[in-house]
Ligand binder design. Structure first.
Ligand code: PAF
Length: 277
């Protein structure tokens, strides 16, 4: 991987990386296409990273299908599928860890202790091996994106972080590799998440700006679906991810919870225009 990357740099080719855990879907395809717009060559890494799963999480059952992944990645425009082994990504000195930035503390950080340390550590290693000019992350995992941005800034890593919008099914369910765990009934129950977030957006459009009122609306809406066990639902500042007292210009709705045994997360950006109208 390093040799190929060095040859690219010698040829003055801009290298993009899309880090993934495989089980690729249209959301990943959008990241790859995005990387292709700013880079000459795109590497897609596939590594199910044990460091970012808690002891009672789905590391063992996480979907793996390398043949499908390689077809999807190629069709989306990837030049290389980089599939390192656990031995390579977790070297003997693997007790070296990257401490995540402050923005990792709340939300996912609270409900998945150690998760962002695992993400930061593995992404740093991937950056060090692939040495991309740019790396593209999905806004679906919005807190992860913010954590990576701050980590890169804090460690002065020579990589530009880009993001791409969440891809949704027509009814609004955000694409996620974990959706494959959902039964038909759970799939339709999961739509409560996007409905609740859109209700907040609509209320903002009609002039409601109070973070407390909007958050209450969000949680009430989520409670309408008995299968949804919400872990957190908040309206936050897009940069700090601290809860907002009032949505003035921008905000991000963050939701996480379980439908059955499947943990889902989603978010919705509340834009200037939504707040201004
Ligand atoms: O978003 C993911 O799939 C993972 O967290 C990532 C960024 C590939 C790190 O393992």
């Amino acid at each position: 991987m390093r040799t190929w990357s060095r040859l690219c740099r010698e040829d003055k080719l801009r290298l993009g990386l899309v880090p993934t855990m495989g089980a690729l879907h249209e959301g990943h395809a959008a990241l790859i296409r995005r990387a292709k717009t700013t880079c000459d060559r795109v590497v897609v890494s596939v590594f199910v990273n044990p460091l970012q799963f808690g002891p009672n999480e789905d590391y063992q059952r996480y979907p793996r299908d390398l043949m499908r992944d390689s077809v999807l990645a190629q069709q989306a425009g990837a030049d290389v599928l980089f599939v390192p082994t656990p031995e390579e990504m977790l070297p003997a000195a693997a007790d070296v860890r990257v401490t995540p930035p402050e923005v990792a503390r709340r939300w996912e950080g609270e409900f998945r202790p150690g998760h962002f340390e695992g993400v930061c550590t593995i992404c740093t290693r991937l950056f060090n091996v692939v040495q991309p000019d740019r790396a593209v992350f999905g806004r679906k995992d919005y807190q992860q994106l913010r954590v990576i941005e701050d980590m890169v800034a804090g460690l002065l890593l020579p990589v530009v972080i880009e993001s791409a919008a969440t891809v949704r099914e027509p009814e609004g369910l955000a694409l996620s590799s974990r959706n494959s765990y959902l039964s038909e009934e759970e799939r339709s129950a999961a739509l409560v998440i996007i409905r609740a977030m859109r209700a907040v957006e609509a209320a903002l459009r009609s002039g409601e700006r109070s973070g407390r009122v909007l958050t209450q609306m969000l949680t009430d809406h989520l409670r309408c679906e008995p299968m949804m066990k919400t872990q957190y639902a908040a309206i936050t500042d897009p940069i700090t991810l601290e809860p907002l007292e009032a949505v003035e210009r921008e905000g991000v709705v963050l939701v996480a919870g379980h439908i059955g045994t499947t943990r889902l997360i989603d978010n919705l950006h509340l834009t200037d225009t939504a707040a201004a109208q």
